[in-house]
Write a protein that binds this ligand. Sequence first.
Ligand code: ADP
Ligand code: ASP
Ligand code: MG
Length: 814
Amino acid sequence: MKVLKFGGTSVGSSNNINNVINILETYSKSSKVACIVSAVGGITDKLLLAGNQAKNKDKSFVDSFNSIKDIHIAIIKELNTSQSDTILSYLDEKLNALKNLLDGIYLINELSPKTSDKLVSFGELLSSFIIAETMKNRGLSAERKNSQELIVTNSNFTKAEVNYNLTYSNIQGYFKSANQQITILPGFISKSDMGEITTLGRGGSDFTAAIVAAALKVEQLEIWTDVSGMYTTNPKMVKQAYPIKNISYQEAMELSHFGAKVLYPPTVQPVLDLNIPIHIKNTNAPNDSGTIISNQNINNNTTVKGISNIGNIALLTLEGSGMIGIPGFSKRLFETLAQEKVNVILITQASSEHSICIGIDTNDAERAKTAVDKTFENEIALHKIDPIVVETGLSIIALVGDNMKNHQGISGKMFSSLGKNNINIRAIAQGASEKNISAVIAYKDVKKALNTLHEQFFEAKTKQLNVFITGVGNVGERLVEQIKQQKIFLKENLKINLRVIGLSNSRKMVFNEDGIDLNDWKNQLFNGEQATLSGFFQQVKDLNLRNSIFVDVTANSDVANLYANYLRESIGVVACNKIACSSDLDNYKLLKRLSLKYNAPFLFETNVGAGLPVIDTLNNLVASGDKITSIQAVLSGSLNFVFNNFNDNTKFHDVVKQAQEEGYTEPDPRIDLSGVDVARKILILARESGVEMNLEDISNESFLSEAGIKSDTVDDFFQSLITDEVHYQNLYASAKAKNCQLKYVAQFNNGKASVGLQEIPEGHPFYNLEGKDNIVMFYTQRYPEQPMIIKGAGAGADVTASGLFADIIRVGNN
Ligand code: ADP
Ligand code: ASP
Ligand code: MG
């Protein structure tokens, strides 16, 4: 004898029912088969919905009823049996009874647990009849046996307890004399010893199957569902989840108790007692190996076997100084909850005994609070304890594994990886058996938490980075292209799965939680929604993905003003925008503090020298205990261009114009020529060296003419360059006379910084600096005479993009 159970989706359409019939036909060739079926997928929910609508005097219960009817009629028609008349007339009879029941509920305005069980029983009665009749009609040796005649329970409606002795003997008796090869049994439904209709609890068809398997002492129980086994975690929440090959009864029970819906927890007990393995299989992929739940073949090397979660949790806290040292509080608390039939899912108690915290289903919260407040009425009146506090909107996540107890550091890893991703933990419970570590977190964080933990315990080898880029102009575009090109390399060599989730320019923004297809990003951005900075931030926050990184490729101060918001959400910030780091010292310090506090890296290597590793080198020197004594640097590609091309044959105005036209200067060239841009850069280096200063503290003696400094507009400025050509020619002539080159130099010496034009003599490292190159010389305690020199292209879209890229990878390695 074989026992198989098919769940709601497996019998949810005519197509799937045909798959089921094929599987049963094959099995029946070598053995008799008992097949337990659920209601057609979604029907139990719809029945309950209709019942509640009727109870609430909501006429739309008729619509729900009609939808139930239509679904079944469609399936019967599609199954296309010549006996559809028999099936349709049974359907008709049952639907009439159902309609009468709903009308009754509507009239009396009440839906008791007893009526509710009667109501939902229609689901399994219909599905089992349709399947059995279809099989008979196709010439198979099949009969439907109503489980209500076999499974006997008490009258605990909606979740009745089974009388195993009676039930087992009924089942054994029936099958002893049954002649058909295939017996179809409705799952979930039963009858009390008084003959009332009862059910075994939501998801209870699994339980029916286990009861039949145990009664018949079969070799294994097969649960056929819509996924290929019990997964490492809910596959609908975590794409990387995979089926667990072998798992122990205890682990399976623990996982299912904590929300792995694929198995109804009580299912395990009857088969565990007889050591009957449960095999979970996929109706849509019958060749997949699935999961075997048993006491054998347990791989002892794995620690965490799976991660599960339950939503809709409320936390009840009983607190007060009057509880300390006085026995009996917990007893009274739990007795009250038991009387109210409130199922306690998680318990924690502070060791000071000052508080007891319990996790329960939110639907029970109000009832529980009222009852507990009543129980402790006196103590509350005497202020010995506080009225019970209820928090909702929570979920439990749990790590499960028989072997966790033999390994240290699992809870440490669990909580630190959650913490790093800014997931706040409200309560923690660890069973003494250490098969389970659970935490209560906000419902909104569940998906992030599951993905984080799954990555930590099951995919330790790859790390997913979720990148959001604002500003896809010249540099931003190069960055996206570089990411596209390097994606596979990063995955294979650095085990980093880099995904661009959001993109924005000043007009449009686009998001894709699964990663934007970078082959087509421009088109997607073009068709995106209207961009706003706050809207972009809100979406990044709401998506709530682990390892999120915000990348600022703008020069916009409004974008820079949002960094604090990102960091507070534990979202790393990578910026080529210099504004934040050269802003007011308090703001710079705030961002640094937030970055530490929320464990969110804030990196801005490209603020100085584009892709050159200037800041990283400086940070490494400081971190290793070196002290920066002096920095000498040429940090402006644009000013280099200007002074490399300016001589007695060219006009200063023309050279500046050319630099502007070729994109070497900011659109407003005064930002470069006034030295402000360079001052910002040396300010950032000074700050990173550990010196607190502001932009005003940097001395900046301008080489511009009086009129140039005072110009109000860019046009005025260019006009002044023409008028004051002599002034600029004099600068050149003076340098030439001394055989010097003009370079715009930034300096930092003993806590003071300055920027200005200098005449550089031959032989000096700055003398031959070409094109857009930058050079930085660090004099430190360890490099006192011969400085550490970093030199190379200090501007350009490609090198800046690669600097941003390097920062993103640094965040990933954090
Ligand atoms: P059935 O109707 O066949 O009884 P269920 O919907 O009750 O199926 O259970 C299967 C569903 O359980 C899957 O589709 C999946 O969404 C959910 N699920 C949750 N956690 C897990 C897990 N760890 N492994 C497999 N499935 C899970
Ligand atoms: N149909 C019932 C439910 O949806 C029982 C089951 O499918 O296991 O809960
Ligand atoms: Mg189920």
